[in-house]
Every structure is written in structure tokens, then in C-alpha cells.
Design a protein. Structure first.
Length: 291
């Protein structure tokens, strides 16, 4: 694994390349996040890998693809970050020259999804071969000639974004772009859910305790195990109840830095980066792009 701070602008790029890599997945974080979320502290001392991001990184590597993560200049991504991405890609390709001939796929969530949708329309050192745009609308307004295959991955509970996604899919299809809708539905919480979604970082006993707290102490699960309350709206007292179930040295419970908070948001399925079906969506891009 390699971490670089590039140029006077301090562009942060982190990547891991498996042997005989078949291509690269460029990972674009959401607001309040950065490249360090995609790699564990075992891989670099500055990294703080989060559960869902680490699942995506590991899935890409397991599929034989490098993962390259870049940090935005500000709190969220903007068009001003395009030259920074170009600089990161130049540095990455200088370090891994064989990857210039291999396909480049982009995964972006929320703010990162918005930027991902822009990238096929701008000048980059490498053509984008496919996109996974998550919890964000895709491109509109024409200019879609040559646009790559695209997965629109969203959470329908966010009705406003769902309408934008529907419009994006219609425009992409009308332009002859290969596009597929991927629905991220609310997840059923069981006693093993948190252990599974954290790849074991939340221990099985902790996962079972969290389930009991959500069901019995907080009363925020319905009969099927789905959250009835947005976890972002949990009170301090509710959060403290959950904190008693997990080793405080391994989860800060701070929003945007906590495995548990992220996984709760995935379960509620309003707006959160999700690793669900990443491998399936990546394979769809590979097949659709013919690369």
C-alpha cells in the first residue's frame, strides 16, 4: 500500500495494487470523509478505515483490481478537484506504469458520486471505463456521447434523490448509454448484523448486545428488525445506551468516524455509502464495458 501527498496543493492519494492487477477502481468519498477511510490503520498509521469503505477496498482487491483513493480539497468534492484528481492519477500511473493500459472504473458516493458523474466529460490522464454513482443523481443536460456504462445505486427512502436518479437513468438510456439501477433497500438488523457488516471489527457478542439494545431498550426496531427511527436523529441518551455495548477503545461513536454509526445509517438506508453488492456492480461494469 502506498500513500502520497502530491504537489504544493497537498493532494492526498492512497493506493493498493494486487499482483497482476486487471485495472483500477478510483474511490471518491462523501462529504466529511477522505482517502484514509478506505484503508486500515494496519496498512498505514494515518489511515482509519471504516467498515463499508474497507469492504469495498477488499472486494476490489479480491477481484484483482487496484483501489486508488483520493481526498477532496474541501469538506466535499467540487469541480475544482478535477485537476487534483488528474495529478493523483499521473502520480499513480508513474508509480504503476502497467496500469495505464488497464481499465479505470470509478466508485463515488454522495458528493463523490456527483464528481464521478462529471469525470467522463472532463480531461483526465486516463479515460473512465465505467461508473458506480451511489446515493446521488447522475448526469443530465445532454453531452452524453461516449459516456461509459453506469450503475446508479441509490436508497429509495430518499425520495428526492430517487426522482433525480430516475431522470438521470432516462437521459442515459435515451443517449444509448448502458445503465442499470441498483436499489439499496433498508436492511434487517439481527443479532449478527453488526459483526457481519464490520467484517468482525464489531465482535459477535457486541453485535448481539447492540441488537438487544435497539430492540428492547430503545424500541427502534419493528417486528421485522428494521429501524423505525433515523439513527442520525438518536438522542445523546440513545447513543450512550449503544456505547455500553461496544468497547470504547475500538469505536469512537463520532459521526463519520464510527463503524457503528455508519452501519446504522446503512441499515436505515436514507443516505450512506454502502458496500452492498459492490462486487456484483463491478462485474456488471466489466461485462458492459468489454474491458
Amino acid at each position: 500500500m502506498t500513500r502520497k501527498i502530491i504537489g504544493d496543493g497537498g493532494v492526498e492519494a492512497i493506493w493498493d495494487v494486487p499482483p497482476d492487477a486487471k485495472g483500477t477502481v478510483l474511490a471518491l468519498h462523501g462529504c466529511s470523509h477522505d482517502a484514509r477511510d478506505w484503508f486500515s490503520s494496519d496498512q498505514c498509521s494515518e489511515c482509519r478505515g471504516l467498515a463499508q469503505e474497507l469492504q469495498i477496498t477488499n472486494a476490489a482487491l479480491d477481484a484483482g483490481y487496484a483501489l486508488l483513493a483520493v481526498s477532496s480539497m474541501g469538506h466535499c468534492w467540487s469541480q475544482e478537484d478535477v485537476p487534483r484528481l488528474a495529478s493523483a492519477l499521473d502520480t499513480y500511473h508513474e508509480a504503476t506504469p502497467g496500469m495505464t493500459r488497464q481499465p479505470l472504473y470509478v466508485f463515488g458516493a454522495s458528493s463523490g458520486g456527483s464528481l464521478a458523474g462529471l469525470l467522463p466529460r472532463v480531461q483526465l490522464p486516463k479515460r473512465v471505463d465505467g461508473l458506480i454513482i451511489q446515493i446521488m443523481a447522475g448526469p443530465t443536460g445532454g453531452g452524453l456521447d461516449g459516456y461509459p456504462p453506469t450503475v446508479m445505486s441509490h436508497m429509495p427512502k430518499d425520495a428526492r434523490t430517487a426522482e433525480y436518479v430516475k431522470a438521470s437513468i432516462a437521459e442515459l438510456k435515451a443517449a444509448g448509454v448502458k445503465v442499470v439501477e441498483h436499489v439499496l433497500a433498508p436492511r434487517r438488523i439481527t443479532d449478527t448484523f453488526f459483526a457481519q457488516e464490520s467484517s468482525g471489527r464489531i465482535r459477535p457478542s457486541e453485535s448481539a448486545g447492540l441488537y438487544v439494545s435497539l430492540r428492547d431498550e430503545l424500541g427502534v426496531l419493528d417486528a421485522d428488525g428494521h429501524l423505525t427511527t433515523d439513527p442520525r436523529a438518536f438522542s445523546d441518551e440513545q447513543v450512550e445506551t449503544l456505547r455500553t455495548r461496544v468497547d470504547r477503545n475500538r469505536d469512537s461513536f463520532v459521526p463519520d468516524e464510527s463503524d457503528l454509526r455508519e452501519i446504522l445509517n446503512v441499515a436505515y438506508a436514507m443516505h450512506e455509502l454502502s458496500a452492498q453488492d459492490f462486487t456484483k456492480n463491478l462485474q456488471w461494469l466489466i461485462d458492459a464495458s468489454g474491458t
